[in-house]
Design a protein around this ligand. Structure first.
Ligand code: GLA
Length: 383
């Protein structure tokens, strides 16, 4: 974890004042992939890789942000509504804009940012950045917004300012996470339950492909359109559905001949993934690791063959662990086309699994994948 002392020293040297400290974590998603924007269910958790900031009001209309990992410094007017040339600063400008849309004109701030969340690994580094600033602004200026509203602010920054049509899962997890719990979130009503994540002798092991293919954001938006197209088709046929959440396999099978086969398999994946989430949560609650792992593999197959958001590197990592001693199951995680796989494994076998996977991946792609043992943690907070 980033040391508070070093962040404090940096902030004081830079701005000559004392800061407050906030942090917000990366997220994993156990299951329920590409279901959030279809108003379905997701099962994310916060993991102990944080985006941490030292921040204080600047006492003027000026905002100055220092990204110490990138050694970049950006200044802008507190009321600016234009994009910065520094890509990372736009996530914060977008958050400020979302506050402004709610009638809250945030004063200027000074901030130093340090993030442990790897960029491009599918662990939601941008959601952690947006979430920590949304949370900090709310506290610093006593805006009185709820966590749900802060989550919506973070998502709005991404959707409206950055221009990525992501769902709400990432920022929801970064803000609401609780240690040793996963969040079962209903993305239609935004109601949620914390599910105990008691994994017994097991661990969640992540392997990072170290790639992020270009296709990621364009295909993400295409999947959203494909899902919406199925909903429109159902509506035209008289079904009163608002999203794929309201669709089941009987309804879908009945319109199979009316829709393009590609759209059919996209929708089938979403409908099945929603029901897999419930089966997975049940298996975990019964300590049935074999069943939980089998469901993870099924989710991967759906993402690979029906939703088609996987890639060679992710498939290789999942295939590599299949049948390996100590592995219950694995799947790609997040938006796809790169990033991490999530593996449910026996703790005592972690080292052997990592060694074998490293060797196989190196042989196939000339790269050593990074790995993380995902420890769950609390969401956005001051500390
Ligand atoms: C990305 C998006 C999320 C979600 C996942 C897929 O992480 O930001 O909103 O759609 O992909 O489950």
């Amino acid at each position: 974890m980033v040391s508070t002392a070093s962040l404090k020293a940096l902030f004081e040297a830079e701005f000559g004042q004392s800061p407050l400290f906030f942090r917000s974590p990366a997220r994993i998603n156990l299951i329920g992939e590409h279901t959030d924007y279809n108003e379905g269910f997701v099962l994310p958790a916060g993991i102990d890789l944080y985006c941490t900031i030292a921040i204080a009001p600047s006492g003027s209309n000026e905002c100055t942000l220092v990204a110490c990992d990138l050694e970049e410094r950006v200044s802008f007017d507190a009321h600016a509504d234009i994009k910065s040339e520094a890509f990372w600063a736009n996530y914060i400008l977008g958050v400020r804009r979302a506050f402004r849309k709610r009638g809250i004109n945030l004063p200027g701030v000074n901030a130093v940012i340090r993030s442990e969340v790897p960029v491009g690994a599918g662990l939601s580094s941008s959601a952690a950045l947006e979430s920590v600033f949304a949370y900090a602004f709310n506290e610093l200026f006593s805006c009185g917004l709820s966590k749900i509203e802060l989550t919506k602010i973070a998502q709005e920054s991404e959707n409206e300012f950055i221009g990525l049509q992501c769902g709400i899962m990432d920022m929801f997890a970064s803000i609401h996470a609780q240690e040793n719990k996963a969040i079962k979130l209903d993305c239609r009503s935004l109601s949620f339950d914390y599910i105990p994540l008691a994994l017994g002798q097991n661990k969640l092991l992540l392997f990072d492909t170290m790639v992020k293919h270009e296709l990621a954001s364009s295909e993400y938006n295409t999947r959203r359109e494909e899902c919406n197209a199925v909903v429109s088709c159902l509506q035209n046929l008289g079904h009163p559905v608002q999203s794929l959440r309201g669709v089941d396999m009987t309804m879908l099978s009945a319109i199979q001949s009316n829709i393009n086969p590609v759209l059919f398999k996209r929708a089938k994946y979403v409908v099945e993934e929603n029901s897999r989430l419930n089966s997975f949560a049940e298996a975990v609650s019964k300590n049935d690791w074999h069943e939980a792992g089998t469901i993870l593999y099924q989710s991967h197959e759906g993402l690979k063959n029906e939703y088609e958001v996987s890639c060679t590197e992710l498939d290789m990592l999942v295939d590599a662990v299949r049948g390996m001693d100590g592995v219950w199951g694995a799947r790609m995680m997040g938006g796809g086309f790169g990033g991490c796989t999530l593996n449910l494994v026996e703790e005592s076998k972690v080292d052997a699994i990592v060694d074998q996977v490293n060797g196989l991946y190196l042989k196939s792609f000339g790269l050593k994948p990074k790995h993380y043992i995902a420890g769950t943690c609390n969401g956005a907070s001051a500390f």
